[in-house]
Design a protein around this ligand. Structure first.
Ligand SMILES: C[S+](C)CC[C@H](N)C(=O)O
Ligand SMILES: N[C@@H](CCS)C(=O)O
Ligand SMILES: [Zn+2]
Length: 327
């Protein structure tokens, strides 16, 4: 049971609000990675594992209490379609966890004995992107998977990757940018069927600030998650920061679970052109002005998603640390 409580323990240890890292793919690109590929950022697991570790270290140094692995778009069928064997695909999934654990351990080894350091030993969350992320057609923002996809197919899609990631030893699972209720249901059923003994968060995407990306209500979606003891945290990621106040308040009324938010910058992903379209954005200063409001409304895990960077996370972490030090 011990391992199921790591998120609650972290939230308590940091004084009520833990910091999630920021856009991982974004920072890989800022460091020179080329990710215009069906595997998106997961292509770096093949080509540039050292860079993945370096980006984890940058987010740890910026103050992240939780780092999310590079497995968002890493899938067994995705690697197979690159001509790899199942063994190679599974070993790349394991690698995503190992790189994050190694970064966390080596960072902690250095800072834990530095007098006056205000870091916490970070947790590693294994990222599980949606089926839509694997499709690489932008459907993590539409929730439309076509007429042939049902609950069992979604469970089949997620099962083996989930097993491999859990066995690689992360502290928790992060289901990211889930766009619809059926996939939330598939994740919850898998956690039970596979008897997963580490906690999960399940975060949705939203394109209108009211509903899940599919158009389904968050009441329907959270009703599914509320029934699971294995889902410790629910939330929103990779959606515009302008939506967060409304969505945190809405979620607070729909669940007793802890709430995570890690919005993107506000730019909008064009799934066909595979680029970010400019839109109303939050810069780091704007993030800073909203962090405490988001926390007061009910978020106890706050970070950033696409197009945010270590400097965003440094800003978020500073606001939260200044607050606890003033208390
Ligand atoms: C969160 S989106 C920007 C990730 C990339 C998308 N699944 C694609 O491959 O186009
Ligand atoms: N953890 C992933 C989420 C993409 S939406 C990343 O930051 O790249
Ligand atoms: Zn994102």
């Amino acid at each position: 049971m011990g391992r199921m409580m790591v998120l609650e323990e972290l939230i308590e240890r940091v004084g009520g609000c833990a910091v999630i890292d920021g856009g991982f793919a974004t920072q890989l690109e800022n460091c020179g990675a080329k990710i215009d590929d069906p595997l998106w950022s997961a292509v770096c697991l093949i080509r540039e594992p050292d860079l993945i570790k370096e980006v984890h270290l940058q987010y740890l140094e910026a103050g992240a209490d939780i780092i999310v692995t590079s497995s968002y778009q890493a899938t067994i069928p995705g690697f197979l379609s690159k001509g790899m064997s199942i063994e190679q695909a599974e070993s790349l999934l394991q690698r995503s966890v190992k790189l994050a654990v190694d970064a966390r351990d080596s960072f902690w080894k250095v800072v834990q004995n530095v007098p006056g350091n205000d870091y916490n030993r970070a947790l590693v969350a294994a990222s599980i992107g949606s089926y839509g992320a694997y499709l690489a057609d932008g459907s993590e923002y539409s929730g439309y998977y076509g007429p042939d996809i049902d609950l069992d197919k979604l469970k089949d899609f997620h099962r083996r990757r989930l097993q491999i990631l859990v066995n690689a030893g992360p502290d928790l699972l992060a289901f990211e940018a889930i766009p619809n209720k059926i996939e939330a249901q598939a994740c919850v059923e898998l956690l039970e069927e596979e008897n997963i003994q580490i906690p999960s968060w399940i975060c949705f995407s939203s394109v209108n600030g009211e509903h899940a990306s599919s158009g389904e209500s968050f009441k329907e979606c959270l009703d599914v998650l509320n029934k699971s003891e294995k889902v410790k945290v629910v939330g929103i990621n990779c959606s515009p920061p302008q939506f967060m106040e409304n969505l945190i308040s809405k979620f607070r009324g729909l669940t007793k679970k802890a709430i995570a938010i890690y919005p993107n910058s506000g730019e909008v992903w064009d799934g066909r052109a595979k680029r970010w379209l400019p839109s109303e954005c939050f810069d780091d200063e704007k993030f800073k002005t909203f962090v405490l409001r988001w926390h007061k409304l009910g978020a106890s895990l706050i970070g950033g998603c696409c197009r945010t960077t270590p400097s965003t996370i440094r800003a978020v972490s500073k606001v939260l640390k200044d607050r606890t030090q003033a208390q």
